[in-house]
Design a protein around this ligand. Structure first.
Ligand SMILES: *Cc1c(COP(=O)(O)O)cnc(C)c1O
Length: 341
């Protein structure tokens, strides 16, 4: 018998849309509203972001993380500038050159990382080792929170990197495809791990949290936000029926819905890591700070899991990556562990 193919842990974007986001879209599906973000729901969603971050930020909604990252980085840099990111950064490994494309050629310079986090000494080396005009001048530092390896920068680590960047005139970009998982994984406030630490622009992930086709680009630096809406429009990232995106954000930021989903995913990832870690030959590779588990599984175990229908990637981070989402259940976790045993 061919087993059921199970994508439960393959990625947090394999899950569906969470009920709150779905219901918010349904509620917005009444009557006529101004288009392209001129509607009242969009205004309210942006205002809710400002309350959430306790500051007067500017918010733009795009369809996905590649666009959010690429367009915001393009805003921070001229074509002859460069962006420093970690060697495992999504912008480097998984965006098909979009950041370089949208910035008309700003080069990505990769710094060494440890447990997915940028090595500040290597960042400093990249910034300072050349000053001449033959080298693309570093102008932005990109930090991923939570990281591609499922770890979470502590507020002090972010502040340290931001201060290093500012010292040398670099802007700071945060790739927050899993920002809410990072937030739920710590005790700091949204403001503490972003603008108060020195972040200029945050790409705030909606899709992996459980929303449909949206990421928010949040500028804490108003000068940098200038004309960003034109950039979005030119790139085909301005949604005409914006209210369906805004309504989801409004709902997710209300009543701590984001926290419910992110904490649940994080908690189940920890359960999964604990369960797998007890099996012979399994090595959990990185601290499980958020919703992803990276494990080195013995080859026969991997084969057995695949034969039982489980899908997961083994090319990221040097092990097998298992990701939990709002939709993951304790039964899913138990079932995976049982099938691995
Ligand atoms: C998923 C992800 C993105 C966004 O990817 P899209 O597929 O373009 O939405 C960006 N950064 C990180 C770290 C991610 O994991």
């Amino acid at each position: 018998m061919i087993p059921e193919i199970k994508y439960h842990f393959a990625s947090d974007n394999c899950s569906g849309i969470c009920p709150e986001a779905w219901q918010a879209m349904e509620k917005a599906n009444v009557g006529y509203h101004p288009s392209y973000g001129a509607d009242a729901i969009t205004a309210e969603a942006c205002e809710t972001f400002r309350q959430f971050f306790e500051t007067d930020c500017e918010v733009f909604f795009v369809f996905n993380g590649t666009a959010a990252n690429s367009l915001s980085l393009a805003t921070l840099c001229q074509s002859y500038h460069s962006v420093i990111c970690s060697d495992v950064a999504h912008i480097e490994t998984d965006e098909c050159g979009a950041p370089e494309f949208f910035s008309n050629g700003s080069k990505l310079l990769t710094a060494k990382s440890s447990l997915g986090k940028l090595d500040p000494l290597d960042v400093e080396r990249l910034i300072t080792h050349r000053r001449d005009l033959h080298y693309p001048r570093p102008k932005a530092l990109s930090i991923t929170q939570s990281t591609e390896l499922g770890t979470v920068y502590r507020p002090g680590e972010i502040a340290g990197l931001c201060s290093l960047a500012k010292q040398h005139g670099l802007h700071v970009h945060m790739d927050g495809a899993r920002f809410f998982n990072a937030l739920a994984g710590g005790t700091a406030s949204p403001a503490d791990i972003t603008w108060r630490a020195g972040v200029d622009v945050l790409c705030c992930g909606g899709t992996k949290l459980g929303m449909a086709v949206t990421e928010a680009v949040v500028f804490f630096n108003h000068d940098l936000a200038r004309d960003f809406e034109y950039r979005c429009k030119q790139a085909g990232q301005l949604c005409s029926k914006m209210r369906f995106i805004s309504a989801q954000w409004l709902r997710i930021l209300t009543d701590n819905v984001w926290q419910t989903h992110a904490s649940r995913a994080n908690g189940l990832a920890r359960q999964l890591a604990d369960g797998l870690g007890k099996l012979a030959g399994v090595q959990i590779l990185y601290p499980v700070d958020a919703n992803a588990v990276f494990a080195r599984l013995p080859d026969p175990m991997k084969a057995q899991l695949k034969a039982r229908g489980w899908q997961f990637y083994s090319f990221i981070g040097g092990g097998s990556r298992l990701v939990c989402s709002w939709a993951t259940t304790e039964a899913d976790v138990q079932s995976f562990i049982a099938d691995a045993s």
